[in-house]
Structure formats: C-alpha cells, structure tokens
Design a protein around this ligand. Structure first.
Ligand code: FAD
Ligand code: NAI
Length: 466
C-alpha cells in the first residue's frame, strides 16, 4: 500500500509506556527521526496511567492516613483523623496528570512525532494507524501487558475489578477479597486495608510473593498478617457469583477437597499479567511468539522479522518499568550504531508496602538449585538506631555472597525504605563487587544504609552491632 504520509522515519515505536517513551527519547537524542504510536489519550502506558504511579500515590496517601490514625500517637502526636476519599483520589489523578503531561513535554522537546491511534504492522518497515500507513527503517513493539483473569470469572471493573478498577473505587469496601498474593494484590490490598476494608488474600500456592527469597516471603506474610490482612493460602477460586450487593466466591483447597463460599463487596483479580499484542497483526507478518504469548527476540531485541524489535512487558523477563526503560535505552543505542548492555541479574524489584520489600540477584533457593556455594550475612532493623528512632524495626537485610570469591550474588530486604537501600547493592553488583567492598565503605550514622553494611559484615561473621 503506498504511504499516504511522505516522510519516512528511522524508527516507529508502537506503545508509549516506559519501554516505548524512553526508547523514543533516546532515539531522538541520538539523531534518529522518531515517531510513537499510542492508542491511549495520554502517554506513559500502564505504568503512569494505571500502574506504578497511581498505585504509589495511593500507597503514599494511605500510609499517611494510617500513621495519623493509628501510629503517630505513639510518638506523642494526638489527632483525630477523617478520610476524604475524593480528595485522596484527586491527589492520585493530579500525580498521574503531572507525569503524563511531562512525557508530552519531553516528546515536544525532543521533536518526536506522536501519532494517536492503534498501530498495526503491515510489513517490515510499514506501520498502519487508521487510514494512514507510515514508512520506517525500524519498528519497535512496546505494547506492554494486560491483566489475566480466571477462565469463568469476568472482570466488570465494578464488583470484580482488576488493578485499574481497584485504583478508583468510589468508596472503601467493607470486605475485599484479593485473588493472588503477588505484588499487585499486596500493594493494593494494603491501600484498602489501611483505609478500613477487611482484606482477605486468596493465594493458590502455600506462600505469598512467589519467586522472592523464601525467608523474605515468610517474614512478609507475618508482617502483613500482623497488620490485619487475612490469608487463605493453598486455595483456589472455582467460581464467582455477582449480585447487586456483592460477590460470592467459591474456594477449594488447591489440591482439591471440600469447597466453601466467601462473600465480599469487591473482588480484586491479581493473578498476574500477560503480554499484550492484540491488533498488531503479528501473525500476518510472521513475528513469532513463545508458548506464554511473549514476543520472541534475540539478544539485540530483534524479533523473527528483520527490522522489527520488541521490548518491555511484551517480551520475556520481569514485568517492571525500569527493565522496560533500560531495554528501550539499549535498543535505541544499538539502532544508532552504538553497543548496549543489560545485566538481568542486576535488575532490582521493590514492593512498596510498609515496610518495603526489595530484592536483586539470586535468591537462596536459586543458588541452592544451581549448586553454588554461598555465604549469608543478615542484619535485623531491630539493631539499627535510625530504624528504632523512626519506630520501624520490622525486617532485615540479607546479603548472599559467593563462598569462594565473596562476589555479591543477591540481596533481599524487608524493612523501612529498603526500596532505596537496594540501590547500593545493585551498584556493587554491577561493578562485580564483593561483600567486603560494601563492608569497607563508610556509611553515615545514624542511617538505614548502615544495616546494609552490617549485613555485608555479617557475611564474614563480623558485624559490630549484633
Ligand atoms: P506499558 O506500560 O503497558 O505500555 C504499553 C503501551 O502501549 C500502552 O500505553 C498501550 O496503550 C499501548 N499500546 C498497546 N498496543 C498498542 C497498539 N497496537 N497501538 C498503539 N498503542 C498500543 N513496575 C515497576 O517497575 N514498579 C512499580 O511500582 C509498578 N507498579 C505497578 C502497579 C500496577 C497496578 C501495575 C498494573 C503494574 C505495575 N508495574 C510496576 C509494572 C509496569 O507498569 C510495567 O512493567 C510497565 O508499564 C511496562 O512498560 P511497557 O512500556 O512494556 O508497557
Ligand atoms: P504476580 O505474578 O506478582 O502474582 C500473582 C500471584 O497470583 C502469584 O502469587 C500466584 O501464585 C497467584 N495466583 C496465580 N493464579 C492463581 C489462582 N488461580 N488463584 C489464586 N492465586 C493465584 O502478579 P500480579 O501481582 O498480578 O502483578 C503482575 C505484574 O505487575 C508483576 O509481574 C509485577 O512485576 C508487576 N508489578 C510490579 C510492581 C512493583 O514493582 N512494585 C507493583 C505491581 C505490579
């Protein structure tokens, strides 16, 4: 089909989430003529519109509410607290707007062409949006992911909601059931528990936070339970019946057995996300997917079709915004003739509950399975002066180092601000550093990062404060 649009681009990116918008900015910085196709009205993808940013806005606001309502009195601050959910939601919307408008500004600043609409690939080098077909040297697919539901349960975003619906409930539910004890379930379950809902998490496996280090998972479950979240582990949902007043879920033990019914006003479906490729026309052009529906790419992010690349949630690996962003930057640099590098063992992940949970590199379970000999250093926040001053002594820092070389292989933390503390270990791991390196670095006192230093010292059984 002849192009209606005379200009030819160096790169057209489909999807303006963290993968796509960051790739676009880097491509433009490197002098490539760049266009982005986005079907939403605003840029920023899942992350800025219905993911990372709104969830963190509600986590931040609900944390302050809970502190004011329940914890500040322990430090001598007495106050009476009233929730204004409408204003809290406006805070969330304002944060989203500021972020998405920021991307709009960055696109203009970098002279990136934005094309509104649903893009499909008609051939290598040709992207169709509405009636127009645009020509380009390279195509980057950055179309992200979408929520998974159970086969017989329909998400209506009213009674049975996905994370998107759970971010805009008009009132605090009395009872909320979360299906899935993963990151979304625990972050958003925490938001609504803090605001007054009775929250029950139903998880198929025998513990929450699948894939994380075992000790962290158990400690996290203990802390969440202490905070008031109910858990039904090793349980599967076999049916849901929605009425005007709520939802009745039928549960069974995961291994089969006697079923039971539980009722809730709201059910949050949070059992994972799947790659989103609808409408791209991949089967017509021959872009291959794996058995999980992810686009197959080589180490240069190229798909089975030359000149067509893919990054972010739509390919293999962790579904995280910063992973998508880093892939976007590297791919842009490779398209501009530079070389790129990403170490997937050094991608941190954070759960933004309170206390926070963070992780990088291998877990103890993975090291055991791989037969690697390792040493463990652990330090509890109970013995950190700053944590005590803040009144947050739950949790610990755990560092795993190679027994022979002392190289840091992983770090797993639960405790105050550990989402920030993990950065130090990521940096050391990127530089192939050792636990000795961390232990020899001077850390300011009294600070939370001292717990990281103490855990590194503990690898060789010489921590000072325990
Ligand atoms: P997306 O952000 O999904 O963007 C894809 C874009 O492509 C969308 O805007 C979509 O409209 C567009 N698109 C799709 N198909 C087409 C088409 N054919 N034509 C045009 N446009 C199209 N990650 C973190 O790292 N930290 C967090 O705190 C965090 N919190 C999260 C909270 C929630 C509730 C959720 C759901 C996710 C969270 N994530 C978090 C995950 C994070 O949002 C994703 O990993 C990230 O958004 C992936 O980026 P992406 O660019 O691959 O895709
Ligand atoms: P998840 O994969 O983290 O957790 C899903 C949970 O549901 C697992 O524990 C799984 O065992 C359980 N499960 C699966 N099927 C089930 C069933 N039938 N019944 C009961 N439980 C079942 O997925 P989640 O929480 O939906 O998040 C999706 C993605 O979004 C994650 O991969 C994550 O990377 C990303 N995300 C990241 C955040 C962050 O970085 N802070 C925040 C929110 C999401």
């Amino acid at each position: 089909m002849p192009s209606k649009n005379a200009e030819k681009f160096d790169v057209i990116i489909i999807g303006a989430g963290p993968g796509g918008y960051v790739a676009a900015i880097r491509c433009a910085q490197l002098g490539l003529k760049t266009a982005v196709v986005e079907k939403r009205k605003t840029f920023g993808g899942t992350c800025l519109n219905v993911g990372c940013i709104p969830s963190k806005a509600l986590l931040a606001a609900s944390e302050k509410y809970e502190d004011a309502a329940h914890h500040m009195k322990d430090m001598g601050i007495e106050t009476s607290v009233k929730l204004n959910l409408k204003t809290m939601m406006k805070h969330k919307t304002d944060v989203i707007d500021a972020n998405t408008k920021g991307i709009e500004f960055l696109f203009k600043k970098n002279k990136i062409t934005s094309i509104e609409g649903e893009g499909s690939i008609v051939a290598a080098g040709k992207v169709k949006v509405g009636k127009n077909t645009y020509e380009t040297e390279n195509i980057i697919i950055a179309t992200g992911s979408d929520v998974i539901s159970l086969p017989d349960i329909k998400i209506d975003e009213k009674r049975i909601v996905s994370s998107t619906g759970a971010l805009e409930l008009p009132e605090v539910p009395k009872k909320m059931i979360v299906i899935g004890g993963g990151v979304i379930g625990l972050e958003l379950g925490t938001v609504w528990r803090r605001l007054g809902a009775e929250v029950t998490v139903v998880e198929f496996l025998d513990n929450i936070l699948t894939g994380m280090d075992g000790e962290i998972r158990s400690e996290a479950k203990k802390i969440f339970a202490k905070q008031g979240i109910n858990f039904k582990l090793s349980s599967k949902v076999t049916g849901a019946k929605t009425t005007a007043s709520g939802v009745t879920l039928t549960l069974e033990p995961a291994s089969g057995g006697k079923s039971e019914n539980i009722k809730a006003d709201i059910v949050l479906m949070a059992i994972g996300r799947k790659p989103y490729v609808d409408g791209l026309g991949l089967d017509k052009v021959g872009v291959k997917l794996n058995e999980r529906g992810q686009i197959i790419t080589d180490e240069f992010f190229e798909t089975s079709i030359e000149g067509v690349y893919a990054i972010g949630d739509v390919i293999t690996g962790a579904m995280l915004a910063h992973k998508a962003e880093d892939e976007g930057v590297i791919l842009a640099e490779m398209l501009a003739g530079q070389s790129g590098h990403i170490d997937y063992d050094c991608i941190p992940s954070v759960v933004y509950s309170w206390p926070e949970i963070s992780s990088v590199g291998k877990t103890e379970e993975q090291l055991k399975e791989a037969g690697v000999k390792y040493s463990v250093g652990k330090f509890p926040f109970m013995a950190n002066g700053r944590a005590r001053a803040m009144g947050c002594m739950d949790g610990f820092v755990k560092i795993l180092a190679d027994s022979k070389t002392d190289r840091v292989l992983g770090a797993h933390m639960i405790g105050p601000n550990v989402g920030d503390l993990i950065s130090e270990v990521v940096t050391v791991m990127e530089f192939e550093g050792t636990s000795e390196d961390i232990a020899r670095i001077c850390h300011a006192h009294p600070t939370l990062p001292e717990a990281v230093k103490e855990a590194a010292l503990a690898v060789h059984k010489r921590s000072i404060h325990i």
